[in-house]
Design a protein around this ligand. Structure first.
Ligand SMILES: C[S@@+](CC[C@H](N)C(=O)[O-])C[C@H]1O[C@@H](n2cnc3c(N)ncnc32)[C@H](O)[C@@H]1O
Length: 413
């Protein structure tokens, strides 16, 4: 594993400072998505152009919520580097393709995902597969797989943290799994996993996913099976202990989404749904969450309760994972930062355990001299701003080390 570096505000370069300013003020620049990679290119289903990804600033219940107790520097997420074997596998596969050939493909894919060619205008739903060629698959793996891997690793780890030994899946089904980001992430978190299957509709993506998997250190990823599958409303999924549905609901036609989530809930004891950290992505996660709860599951992460989501108004629940950027990634996306913040919304629901996190930190903690304020989603299903003064030495120390998305077990006021 490459080293994981903790970032401190005081060492930030100007581009990072600007990104953080946008996080804290809720102001996203017009080029925010391209520069930070914070918003997944999947175009949104709402016909209202105001809700298209370009129009969605990051100011939800995460760091940009303008409703918190003032702005502060807060903590910055640790940078997560890809595991060595995945980084090597990507290098080996992508070094064959000159970056100068991939860069225009990346640009086209970003456009396609946002509702350009191949999409029904204004709906964001693809009318034809977006990833059609080997170069499409390579470009996707180059500019998206590190980010989706990191978000999945972060969210699934949160669920594992809450559920402990109660959650020990042996089999994993990744639905519309692309090049297998979820398979790599889950196998890293749960050594109990012995078999993984990826259902995927694009042949070039399947070929690349299989090739990458041959470079894995672990047997579970190496032996993962990719099955060509076109998912529809009537698709019957094979049973597995864990089913992941990541960054795909928004790409599927509306009538396919609910049946797919319901089918996943029938076939697995644990279902994880990940979407871009936009209001539209959050709404899709919220809808999936309700269906998973109806199916008798309990939320392991991020919610510390199974009640209604307390977030209202213009806020939305999402989290961020800071992703190390390789030089290839920088040149493909035209950015200079050594990292990007992948914003994501997610739910991991399970029948394995009714345990919850005590509270969940919903935004960057605000740090002032002698005071840390945590915005929490509480176990009672309410949003609360919890001041932790220096006088409460132990809690204060813990609060200073706490970040957006962490659990906050302390229940005292
Ligand atoms: C945005 S990518 C996400 C890939 C992967 N889950 C991840 O998180 O990196 C969406 C994937 O879903 C696949 N896909 C979209 N619609 C599909 C369908 N109807 N049946 C099967 N695969 C589909 C695409 O080919 C693509 O690989």
């Amino acid at each position: 594993m490459r080293p994981v570096a903790a970032f401190q505000d005081r060492h930030l370069d100007p581009e990072t400072r600007e990104q953080q300013r946008r996080d804290q003020t809720g102001r996203s620049g017009p080029d925010d998505e391209d520069r930070t990679g914070s918003v997944h290119p999947t175009s949104q289903p709402e016909p209202d152009p105001a809700t298209a990804p370009d129009a969605e600033p990051d100011r939800g219940a995460g760091p940009g919520s303008g409703t918190g107790p003032g702005s502060g520097t807060g903590s910055v997420a640790a940078v997560t580097a890809l595991p060595d074997d995945l980084a090597r596998a990507l290098d080996a596969a992508l070094d064959r393709v000159p970056a100068s050939r991939l860069a225009p493909v990346v640009e086209r894919l970003i456009g396609d995902y946002r509702g350009g060619a191949g999409n029904v205008r204004g709906t964001g739903v693809a009318t034809a597969p977006i990833l059609r060629t080997d170069d499409d698959a390579a470009a996707y793996a180059a500019y998206r797989m590190p980010a989706t891997y990191t978000a999945l690793h972060e969210g699934l780890s949160r669920a594992a943290e809450v559920a402990g030994d109660c959650l020990a899946p042996r089999t994993h089904l990744d639905v519309a799994g692309g090049t297998g980001a979820a398979v790599w992430a889950a196998a890293r978190i749960w050594p109990t996993l012995v078999a993984a299957t990826v259902l995927e509709g694009s042949e070039p993506v399947i070929a690349l996913g299989r090739r990458l998997a041959t470079g894995a250190d672990g047997a579970t990823v190496r032996s993962a099976r990719w099955e060509p599958t076109l998912l529809g409303a009537a698709t019957v999924l094979p049973a597995a202990d864990l089913i992941t549905v990541s960054y795909v609901l928004g790409e599927l036609p509306e009538p396919v989404r609910d049946p797919l989530v319901d089918e996943a809930a029938r076939r697995a004891d644990t279902v994880a749904v990940f979407e871009p950290g936009t209001p539209a992505g959050y709404r899709r996660v919220l809808r999936a969450r309700a269906r998973l709860l109806d199916a008798g599951m309990s939320v392991a992460a991020p919610c510390p309760h199974d009640g209604a989501c307390p977030i209202t108004g213009e806020d939305w629940c999402h989290f961020a994972a800071r992703v190390d950027r390789t030089s290839r990634h920088r040149s493909l996306k035209g950015g200079t930062l050594s990292h990007e913040d992948e914003k994501f919304a997610y739910v991991v629901a399970t029948r394995a355990t009714p345990a919850h996190a005590g509270n969940r930190v919903l935004r960057h903690p605000l740090q002032r001299k002698g005071l840390v304020t945590l915005r929490l989603c509480s176990g009672e299903g309410a949003i609360t701003d919890r001041p932790v003064p220096k006088s409460r030495r132990e809690d204060y120390r813990a609060a200073r080390d706490t970040g957006w998305g962490d659990p906050w077990p302390q229940l005292d006021a």
